[in-house]
Ligand binder design. Sequence first.
Ligand code: FNR
Length: 367
Amino acid sequence: MSTTERKLEHIDIVVNENVQSRESTLLEYVRLIHNPLPEHDLNHIDLSKDFCGYTLSAPLVITGITGGHPDAEKINDAISKIVNKFNIAMGVGSQRAAIENSNLTHSFSIVRENAPNAFLIANIGVAQLNKGYGIKEFVKAIEMIKANAIAIHINPGQEAYQDEGDTDFSNLISKIEEINDQLNVPIIIKEVGNGLNKGIVRELRSIGIKCFDTAGLGGTNWIKTESIRSRKKHGFALKEPGKLADFWGNPTALSIIETRISAIDSYIIGSGGIRDGLDAAKAISLGADVAGMAFPILKILKIEGEKGIENYIKNVIYQIKTSIFLSGGENVYSLWKTPLTIWGRLKDELLMRGIEPNEYLNKRLYT
Ligand code: FNR
């Protein structure tokens, strides 16, 4: 099975089966306090946000999905046109297939053609660092799309449940450090749906990593996706995940706070189960710089086409804008100061992790 075929199967399963986690992001345990007299003009709310030294027109990233096949090229073509229109950021999916077969390059490079000035993020899986990948492959991936940053996706849960998964995750931190020292664009360390935590972020920050994508539990679930893929092929999953499929991982809300605590001066994409502008506003208010999403973009593209995603993004942006307005803020940075409550399972889990919610919220000023 080639990397390309596998990627097409992923898209088919993610779109046509339910592979969203049954566990939630825990964002439902966050409430931004309503301000009935905002004292600002809704039309003057400023949604621009600095991200890795680049100014986005809204605090949104469409995180890595695909590339490496004519069908994937169509997806990247559609998404990059929208990204260009709204001046938001976009990641491509793993570029491994095109690094190894240059005939597939255009399915990725089309994003730069369509979005000449956008913030674009290249993508390589961390497991490749134990399979011979080094600086040469990273530079190739970056140059392929003239990327502003490169995401290294860390996905041990997915690899553990993929039939043909690469499960050697030993000694990767020193290899990430080596690559980071040689690159002239930032590395974004990115989970894929099981969430970062404060311990690993602290370690990665200490070797010089300054950008993180939380990709927490509560959205697209890769353990589930791989087990369904295996079941379809063999009639049963070669490695049956049981409850790990729905419940393993650090929920997005928790993951954002843990990431910020360990990397106060970093850029953070809050992602994993972000489905509308209120989710995005909550993610930012908890400590992310911008919010990221993948699944809704792909699903809407398949059902409603390019116009559908354009409309969806327009609505998400307006929802972020009204969340800022209705909480009395005037720009994206206001979300870092806005009063909010945290309760229930999120509060309990934070306390168990040694994080006192009010103390954390009072320190939220990251710039
Ligand atoms: C992904 N994602 C992903 N991430 C990555 O770093 N490299 C990749 O190649 C892919 N491939 C991929 C394919 C498809 C079909 C989807 C939907 C997603 C993961 C993605 O960027 C994101 O981290 C997770 O999906 C969680 O976000 P959502 O989907 O819950 O918004």
